[in-house]
Write a protein that binds this ligand. Structure first.
Ligand SMILES: [Zn+2]
Ligand SMILES: [Zn+2]
Length: 257
Protein backbone atom coordinates (compact mmCIF):
# COMPACT_ATOMS: atom_id res chain seq x y z
CA UNK A 1 0.00 0.00 0.00
CA UNK A 2 1.06 3.54 -0.70
CA UNK A 3 0.84 6.77 1.23
CA UNK A 4 -0.19 9.66 -0.98
CA UNK A 5 -1.12 13.29 -0.70
CA UNK A 6 -4.06 14.64 -2.64
CA UNK A 7 -3.99 18.37 -3.32
CA UNK A 8 -7.21 20.14 -4.22
CA UNK A 9 -6.57 23.66 -5.43
CA UNK A 10 -9.23 26.27 -4.75
CA UNK A 11 -10.19 27.61 -8.17
CA UNK A 12 -13.43 29.47 -7.52
CA UNK A 13 -15.23 31.42 -4.87
CA UNK A 14 -16.21 28.96 -2.16
CA UNK A 15 -16.66 28.62 1.56
CA UNK A 16 -15.34 26.04 3.95
CA UNK A 17 -18.61 24.12 4.13
CA UNK A 18 -19.07 23.80 0.36
CA UNK A 19 -15.48 22.72 -0.09
CA UNK A 20 -15.71 20.21 2.75
CA UNK A 21 -18.92 18.68 1.37
CA UNK A 22 -17.35 18.25 -2.06
CA UNK A 23 -14.17 16.80 -0.58
CA UNK A 24 -16.02 14.35 1.65
CA UNK A 25 -18.20 13.22 -1.25
CA UNK A 26 -15.17 12.53 -3.38
CA UNK A 27 -13.17 10.69 -0.70
CA UNK A 28 -16.25 8.63 0.20
CA UNK A 29 -16.69 7.55 -3.40
CA UNK A 30 -13.05 6.41 -3.39
CA UNK A 31 -13.53 4.42 -0.16
CA UNK A 32 -16.56 2.62 -1.53
CA UNK A 33 -14.69 1.64 -4.67
CA UNK A 34 -11.61 0.47 -2.75
CA UNK A 35 -9.38 3.17 -4.28
CA UNK A 36 -8.36 4.50 -0.88
CA UNK A 37 -8.23 2.52 2.36
CA UNK A 38 -9.09 3.36 5.93
CA UNK A 39 -11.54 5.63 7.63
CA UNK A 40 -9.64 8.71 8.63
CA UNK A 41 -8.00 11.10 6.22
CA UNK A 42 -6.22 14.04 7.85
CA UNK A 43 -6.99 17.05 5.69
CA UNK A 44 -5.75 20.58 6.07
CA UNK A 45 -5.86 23.86 4.27
CA UNK A 46 -2.56 25.33 3.15
CA UNK A 47 -2.72 28.68 1.36
CA UNK A 48 -4.91 28.00 -1.67
CA UNK A 49 -5.27 24.24 -1.49
CA UNK A 50 -6.72 21.48 0.63
CA UNK A 51 -4.31 18.63 1.29
CA UNK A 52 -5.56 15.17 2.28
CA UNK A 53 -3.38 12.22 3.18
CA UNK A 54 -4.63 8.82 2.01
CA UNK A 55 -3.55 5.18 1.71
CA UNK A 56 -3.90 3.61 -1.74
CA UNK A 57 -3.59 -0.08 -2.68
CA UNK A 58 -1.67 0.67 -5.89
CA UNK A 59 0.18 3.70 -7.18
CA UNK A 60 -2.35 4.19 -10.00
CA UNK A 61 -5.44 3.66 -7.81
CA UNK A 62 -6.77 7.18 -8.39
CA UNK A 63 -6.53 7.06 -12.14
CA UNK A 64 -9.93 8.13 -13.44
CA UNK A 65 -10.14 4.96 -15.56
CA UNK A 66 -10.67 3.08 -12.27
CA UNK A 67 -13.47 5.38 -11.12
CA UNK A 68 -17.02 4.12 -11.26
CA UNK A 69 -20.12 6.22 -11.72
CA UNK A 70 -20.28 7.64 -8.15
CA UNK A 71 -16.58 8.54 -8.31
CA UNK A 72 -16.92 10.31 -11.65
CA UNK A 73 -19.91 12.23 -10.34
CA UNK A 74 -18.09 13.20 -7.15
CA UNK A 75 -15.14 14.31 -9.23
CA UNK A 76 -17.41 16.64 -11.23
CA UNK A 77 -18.89 17.99 -7.99
CA UNK A 78 -15.51 19.14 -6.75
CA UNK A 79 -16.06 22.13 -9.03
CA UNK A 80 -19.30 22.94 -7.19
CA UNK A 81 -17.20 23.19 -4.06
CA UNK A 82 -14.80 25.52 -5.85
CA UNK A 83 -12.08 22.87 -6.09
CA UNK A 84 -9.98 21.58 -8.97
CA UNK A 85 -9.40 17.90 -9.71
CA UNK A 86 -6.82 16.64 -7.24
CA UNK A 87 -3.16 16.22 -8.00
CA UNK A 88 -1.70 13.07 -6.51
CA UNK A 89 1.74 12.81 -5.00
CA UNK A 90 2.98 9.41 -3.85
CA UNK A 91 4.92 9.89 -0.62
CA UNK A 92 6.13 6.31 -0.25
CA UNK A 93 5.24 2.78 0.70
CA UNK A 94 3.07 2.39 3.78
CA UNK A 95 4.99 0.40 6.36
CA UNK A 96 1.91 -0.43 8.41
CA UNK A 97 -0.19 -2.26 5.83
CA UNK A 98 -0.25 -5.39 3.68
CA UNK A 99 1.19 -5.66 0.20
CA UNK A 100 -1.26 -5.86 -2.67
CA UNK A 101 -1.43 -9.21 -4.48
CA UNK A 102 1.16 -9.55 -7.26
CA UNK A 103 -0.99 -11.81 -9.51
CA UNK A 104 -2.55 -10.48 -12.70
CA UNK A 105 -5.20 -13.13 -12.57
CA UNK A 106 -5.81 -15.37 -9.56
CA UNK A 107 -7.15 -18.91 -9.93
CA UNK A 108 -9.22 -18.60 -6.77
CA UNK A 109 -10.06 -15.98 -4.16
CA UNK A 110 -10.86 -15.83 -0.48
CA UNK A 111 -13.25 -13.35 1.11
CA UNK A 112 -11.45 -12.78 4.38
CA UNK A 113 -11.73 -10.07 7.01
CA UNK A 114 -9.94 -9.20 10.25
CA UNK A 115 -10.24 -6.10 12.36
CA UNK A 116 -6.68 -4.86 11.92
CA UNK A 117 -6.62 -4.97 8.13
CA UNK A 118 -8.18 -2.02 6.38
CA UNK A 119 -7.37 -3.40 2.93
CA UNK A 120 -9.74 -5.13 0.51
CA UNK A 121 -11.49 -8.24 1.88
CA UNK A 122 -10.97 -10.07 -1.43
CA UNK A 123 -7.68 -11.99 -1.34
CA UNK A 124 -5.77 -14.12 -3.81
CA UNK A 125 -6.12 -17.67 -2.46
CA UNK A 126 -2.54 -18.55 -3.33
CA UNK A 127 -0.75 -15.60 -1.70
CA UNK A 128 -3.42 -14.46 0.73
CA UNK A 129 -2.66 -10.95 -0.43
CA UNK A 130 -5.45 -8.42 -0.95
CA UNK A 131 -6.75 -7.53 -4.39
CA UNK A 132 -7.86 -3.90 -4.84
CA UNK A 133 -11.63 -3.75 -5.02
CA UNK A 134 -11.65 -1.29 -7.90
CA UNK A 135 -10.21 -4.04 -10.11
CA UNK A 136 -13.09 -6.38 -9.31
CA UNK A 137 -16.66 -6.12 -10.63
CA UNK A 138 -18.96 -5.22 -7.72
CA UNK A 139 -21.15 -7.97 -6.26
CA UNK A 140 -24.08 -5.55 -6.10
CA UNK A 141 -24.75 -2.05 -7.42
CA UNK A 142 -22.31 0.21 -9.17
CA UNK A 143 -19.47 0.11 -6.66
CA UNK A 144 -18.41 -1.89 -3.59
CA UNK A 145 -20.26 0.19 -1.03
CA UNK A 146 -22.26 -2.75 0.37
CA UNK A 147 -19.15 -4.88 0.76
CA UNK A 148 -17.16 -2.07 2.42
CA UNK A 149 -20.05 -1.41 4.82
CA UNK A 150 -20.19 -5.13 5.62
CA UNK A 151 -16.43 -5.11 6.24
CA UNK A 152 -16.81 -2.23 8.72
CA UNK A 153 -19.38 -4.20 10.73
CA UNK A 154 -17.27 -7.35 10.64
CA UNK A 155 -14.25 -5.43 11.87
CA UNK A 156 -16.21 -3.76 14.65
CA UNK A 157 -17.36 -7.16 15.96
CA UNK A 158 -13.91 -8.68 15.55
CA UNK A 159 -12.36 -5.83 17.47
CA UNK A 160 -14.85 -6.25 20.30
CA UNK A 161 -14.15 -9.95 20.71
CA UNK A 162 -10.38 -9.47 20.48
CA UNK A 163 -10.32 -7.20 23.53
CA UNK A 164 -9.04 -8.90 26.66
CA UNK A 165 -11.88 -7.67 28.80
CA UNK A 166 -14.47 -7.65 26.08
CA UNK A 167 -17.77 -6.07 27.05
CA UNK A 168 -19.70 -8.15 24.52
CA UNK A 169 -17.66 -11.28 23.92
CA UNK A 170 -20.43 -13.88 23.45
CA UNK A 171 -22.59 -12.07 20.87
CA UNK A 172 -19.58 -10.76 18.96
CA UNK A 173 -17.90 -14.16 18.78
CA UNK A 174 -21.11 -15.91 17.78
CA UNK A 175 -21.64 -13.44 14.95
CA UNK A 176 -18.15 -14.21 13.63
CA UNK A 177 -18.04 -17.93 14.26
CA UNK A 178 -21.55 -19.22 13.51
CA UNK A 179 -22.03 -20.13 9.89
CA UNK A 180 -25.63 -18.93 9.98
CA UNK A 181 -25.18 -15.60 11.73
CA UNK A 182 -26.51 -12.66 9.75
CA UNK A 183 -22.94 -11.41 9.31
CA UNK A 184 -21.75 -14.70 7.80
CA UNK A 185 -24.87 -15.18 5.70
CA UNK A 186 -24.28 -11.77 4.16
CA UNK A 187 -20.58 -12.48 3.74
CA UNK A 188 -21.25 -15.76 1.96
CA UNK A 189 -23.76 -14.02 -0.28
CA UNK A 190 -21.04 -11.56 -1.33
CA UNK A 191 -18.68 -14.47 -1.99
CA UNK A 192 -21.33 -16.21 -4.07
CA UNK A 193 -22.06 -13.12 -6.15
CA UNK A 194 -18.37 -12.53 -6.72
CA UNK A 195 -17.91 -16.17 -7.74
CA UNK A 196 -20.40 -15.68 -10.53
CA UNK A 197 -19.03 -12.24 -11.55
CA UNK A 198 -15.42 -13.44 -11.67
CA UNK A 199 -16.20 -16.95 -12.94
CA UNK A 200 -13.65 -18.19 -10.37
CA UNK A 201 -14.21 -19.74 -6.96
CA UNK A 202 -14.42 -17.17 -4.15
CA UNK A 203 -14.13 -19.00 -0.83
CA UNK A 204 -15.61 -17.52 2.31
CA UNK A 205 -13.26 -17.56 5.30
CA UNK A 206 -15.19 -18.61 8.39
CA UNK A 207 -13.62 -17.35 11.61
CA UNK A 208 -12.84 -19.89 14.31
CA UNK A 209 -11.64 -18.58 17.64
CA UNK A 210 -12.78 -21.11 20.21
CA UNK A 211 -13.74 -24.77 20.26
CA UNK A 212 -15.71 -26.80 22.80
CA UNK A 213 -13.27 -29.70 22.32
CA UNK A 214 -9.72 -29.01 21.16
CA UNK A 215 -8.90 -32.75 21.04
CA UNK A 216 -11.46 -33.17 18.23
CA UNK A 217 -10.99 -29.81 16.59
CA UNK A 218 -9.05 -31.12 13.59
CA UNK A 219 -11.70 -33.79 12.97
CA UNK A 220 -14.58 -31.41 12.68
CA UNK A 221 -16.57 -31.44 9.46
CA UNK A 222 -17.67 -28.71 7.14
CA UNK A 223 -20.39 -26.86 9.06
CA UNK A 224 -22.47 -26.52 5.91
CA UNK A 225 -22.47 -29.92 4.13
CA UNK A 226 -21.01 -31.98 7.04
CA UNK A 227 -18.39 -33.37 4.65
CA UNK A 228 -14.67 -33.93 5.31
CA UNK A 229 -12.72 -30.76 4.76
CA UNK A 230 -9.37 -31.01 6.57
CA UNK A 231 -6.49 -30.17 4.23
CA UNK A 232 -3.13 -31.98 4.27
CA UNK A 233 -1.34 -28.67 4.53
CA UNK A 234 -2.98 -25.37 5.34
CA UNK A 235 -3.97 -23.11 2.47
CA UNK A 236 -1.82 -19.96 2.55
CA UNK A 237 -0.41 -21.10 5.91
CA UNK A 238 -3.69 -20.16 7.50
CA UNK A 239 -6.68 -22.25 6.51
CA UNK A 240 -6.59 -25.86 7.74
CA UNK A 241 -10.03 -26.58 6.33
CA UNK A 242 -11.41 -26.18 2.83
CA UNK A 243 -14.71 -27.34 1.36
CA UNK A 244 -14.90 -27.02 -2.41
CA UNK A 245 -18.59 -27.84 -2.47
CA UNK A 246 -19.57 -25.05 -0.10
CA UNK A 247 -16.68 -22.72 -0.98
CA UNK A 248 -15.73 -22.40 2.68
CA UNK A 249 -12.33 -22.24 4.35
CA UNK A 250 -11.54 -22.08 8.04
CA UNK A 251 -8.82 -22.66 10.59
CA UNK A 252 -8.25 -24.84 13.61
CA UNK A 253 -9.64 -22.73 16.47
CA UNK A 254 -7.06 -20.23 17.66
CA UNK A 255 -7.72 -21.41 21.21
CA UNK A 256 -6.47 -24.91 20.22
CA UNK A 257 -3.33 -23.91 18.32
ZN1 LIG B 1 -1.67 -13.98 -5.86
ZN1 LIG C 1 -19.14 -28.18 2.76
Amino acid sequence: MWVAELRFKIIADTNYQQAETALRGYLESLIFNGQILGREFPTHLLQDEFIARVIMPTQDALHTSWHRQPGLKALQQLATGGLAYPSVEILGMDLMSNHTDPCDDSAAYVLYCRFAQMNSVVYCAEHLAPIPLFKIPPAYGVDHEDLVRWQLQYQALDEIQMQQKSVLLGPAERALQNLNSKLNRQGRQFAKQLTSKLAKPVYYALYRGTSSDCAKESQRLCPSCKGEWLRKTPLADLFDFQCDRCLLVSNIAWQCQ
